[in-house]
Design a protein around this ligand. Sequence first.
Ligand code: PLP
Ligand code: ZN
Length: 415
Amino acid sequence: MKHKFSHFTCSLCGSDYEPEEVTYTCPKDGGNLDVILNYDAINAENSPEKFMDLPEASLWRYLNLLPVFNPGGIGTPLRRAGWTPVYKPVRLAEQLGLQNLWVKDESPNPTASFKDRASAIVVARAAQIGAEVTVAASTGNAGAALAGMAAAVGAKAVIFAPKTAPPAKIAQLIVFGARVLLVDGNYDQAFDLSIEATHNFGWYNRNTGFNPFTAEGKKTAGFEIWEQVIRRLPQDGKRLTVFIPVGDGNIISGVHKGFKDLHALGWLSEVPRIMGVQSTGSAAIANTFHQGDETIKPVAADTLADSISVDLPRDGVRAVRAARETGGTYITVPDEAILAAIAELGRVSIFAEPAAATAYAGLAKAVEDNLVEADDPILVLSTGSGLKDVKAAMQAISEAPIIEPTLDAVKKVIQ
Ligand SMILES: *Cc1c(COP(=O)(O)O)cnc(C)c1O
Ligand SMILES: [Zn+2]
């Protein structure tokens, strides 16, 4: 293991820690820890070409770039997380006046959201350190992903979710056999309570922006974007711009980490421009970005995009840097624009939950504000399935008419 996983470095104070020395955040200042790989050792045994030929159609194709042992679980949903499709929705591109638009759809993941990437790696880490029970606080998707990935390999999970989470997400948690505790409070309260319980019961905690392995799982989306899109772009052309929906800021930090790993290996010459998109009702990270510093101030989050509804983002600093260090920016969009984006994506057969559609809404705003050019290669990350939140989807569309079972009634409606 030591040969792939060198050490942790605190993203705030820069302190280094041995892999077994710390479990969660920096003991000095609570900063998020970056996993630092041993890039020379990896480079000695791997090359970009090697990944292009791998048969494994999951994030485990990148095992050699991940800080965990092979978790086994062959033939289970654990081995199906990641390696999601990238679509080229030509009609949407034309509508926006763009020439090169891709959407990476995360809904084919085993539990139907991007969060499977993080949970797969945390479950692997839990097995490696002999943790018997893994716990997460979640607005729904992270919990469903942990419950699902744990169930796949017969591990135990405890999930704290706000009792207001969409019913489909709560159903998933329970169906996957997790111990589910619905908190009469918001996500932030569930988060704090889960950490208290973790310390009290000696569990292993997966929380976003707390456990350093979640970003390592999420970085695999960056690897896939490199393999599926970047490596196929013309060598002398423009660099890719990526739109990512942001709540806690761990997806954007993770994808950025994936690009940074590839850059450190010398396999990616230019890191893509990263654009973070938040709901105007939950914009703590966008606020900090535009103030020009790194101090994250909590907001009173209020948005229908439940997966990105966060008062105090737990990975805010790295999320600000993902845009700042890559020449990107932060964009905010109101809930009406998010609903409109659900309908737009639906027209090209991509069914997104509100948080997932937020990235596309951000692209539409960026086009309006001239933040992108017509010939920029652009990828939108759609992070989760619309089946997760059917109530929100119904707000995005007009309802279907109910008719009498007669041909006359059909004729009246079809005109
Ligand atoms: C969690 C989640 C996000 C946001 O990810 P963060 O790491 O909290 O920024 C976006 N979309 C979906 C569908 C999610 O589940
Ligand atoms: Zn620190």
